[in-house]
Design a protein around this ligand. Structure first.
Ligand code: GAL
Length: 424
């Protein structure tokens, strides 16, 4: 395991001497410490984070937890910026999508290319994923998983009681929502936080508008598409969902919304498959106590959200080695299985056995491959995959204002989206 050579920059004089004598390669590596910034604090997330911690500890290193609560990670990213600005970066941080490029451009990330080559990351990762992990052609981050965002989670018992049918398109969705409402349950458990509003919105956009529309509107940010008739329909449909949520939804955390479905207080929730981690952590069984189905109309598409870790440059050689050991462990088949079983996602490493995974994960893996072939594999805008962070933030604000306001018209929202898309 810890057989890699210590970096030549080892500040320890004895380390350097041993290295020259060629003794270090076989000697056990000195234990290091990795401070890891993440936002995995809910039940399922915490189990997954624990798997990461245990894996690092098994290599003889110390895990220093730096958890910043807040689904979607906006708070974590704010804290990260202030730590880096004050010259006190953590060793590792959960950073995703295009923002990886921004961090790399700042020159603060530790290169991972050497490790990536030694461990053949180009061969074990899907090409599109590998490309996102590179800056100027070289690895600067390691991916952990693939989450699918366009899921609908439902409580089948509640549906049965209400005589409702699980919806496969938006017309069916509103029929089911009416039936649930009549039966006295909250049709949609929603957490009214801006990133959750945008998560719901992107599923409506994908399900109603289709993959091409989604790509034009929410990846390329094409102004004509943003102000066009299909976007008008998407925004109108999105807003039609609001009366099916409850009045306590503003500010609610996503995992508390999931808990409402688990307890049968609500019929369904739109959320990425980290929600499955909550159902499982609460003892739920897929297909029995809860069901996963693609968000209405979006079965042929897959909006992805890939969690990844970047490492910050460190001076201490033992800690740098610990960073590398963590990155290496993350892509091992054993870890990919252990972590993703808890997290609700699927392995990002190609060829990991899926036999221990449930049907939701198996569907996700099959649909990921099918969507990649069909050109309907799309980056999630709500989860930092699709557009630069400033534009994402501005779009998130517009969608959330539109969801919450009684006054903003669909046309106003469209004009605001066009302006938001220009934010740099
Ligand atoms: C996502 C992240 C997931 C997740 C979720 C809720 O952005 O990629 O790993 O757990 O936020 O916190």
């Amino acid at each position: 395991m810890n057989s890699r050579r210590k970096p030549l920059s080892s500040p320890h004089p004895l380390g350097a001497a041993l290295l020259l004598a060629g003794l270090v390669a076989t000697a056990p590596a000195r234990a290091g410490e990795v401070e890891v910034l993440h936002w995995w604090t809910s039940g399922g997330e915490a189990r997954a984070a624990q798997a990461l911690k245990a894996t690092l500890q098994a290599k003889g290193h110390t895990w220093k937890d730096f958890a910043v609560a807040g689904g979607g990670g906006d708070s974590a990213m704010t804290v990260l910026k202030s730590r880096v600005v004050s010259g006190n970066a953590p060793a590792a941080a959960q950073i995703k999508g295009p923002s990886l490029q921004d961090w790399a451009a700042e020159g603060v990330l530790a290169p991972m290319e050497e490790l990536a080559r030694a461990e053949h990351w180009d061969d074990i990762l899907p090409k599109a994923v590998a490309a996102q992990m590179k800056y100027q052609g070289k690895y600067i981050a390691v991916p952990v998983n693939v989450h699918r965002v366009n899921w609908l989670w439902a409580n089948p018992e509640v549906f049965k009681r209400a005589g409702a049918k699980l919806p496969t398109n938006w017309d069916e969705f509103f029929v089911a929502a009416d039936a649930l409402q009549k039966a006295g349950v909250i049709p949609v458990a929603h957490g009214g936080q801006n990133w959750q509003d945008l998560t719901l919105f992107e599923s409506v956009a994908l399900g109603l508008g289709g993959a091409d529309f989604y790509a034009k509107a929410l990846v390329k940010l094409d102004p004509d598409t943003l102000k066009g008739p299909l976007m008008e329909k998407v925004l109108t449909t999105f807003k039609r969902i609001k009366p099916y949520t409850d009045k306590n939804s503003p500010g609610r955390d996503w995992n508390l919304a999931t808990a409402m479905v688990i307890k049968g207080q609500a019929g369904m929730q739109f959320m990425g498959d980290w929600a499955k981690g909550e159902f499982i952590a609460a003892g739920g069984q897929p297909g029995k106590t809860f069901v996963c189905l693609p968000a209405p109309g979006s079965a042929a598409s897959f909006s992805y959200n890939i969690d990844s870790f970047a490492m910050f440059k460190l001076k201490n050689a033992a800690n740098s080695q610990a960073q590398k050991d963590l990155a290496s462990a993350i892509l091992s088949p054993e870890f990919q299985q252990l972590f993703n079983l808890a997290k609700g996602s699927i392995p990002v490493r190609l060829g990991v056995a899926m036999d221990k995974f449930d049907d939701c994960a198996k569907t996700s893996a099959t649909d990921f491959n099918a969507a990649a072939k069909a050109g309907t594999l799309l980056p999630s805008i709500a989860h930092g995959m699709a557009v630069p962070t400033p534009a994402e933030g501005a779009i998130k604000d517009v969608i959330s204002q539109f969801w919450n306001s009684d006054k903003m018209t669909v046309k106003d929202a469209q004009a605001k989206l066009v302006a938001a898309a220009r934010t740099r």
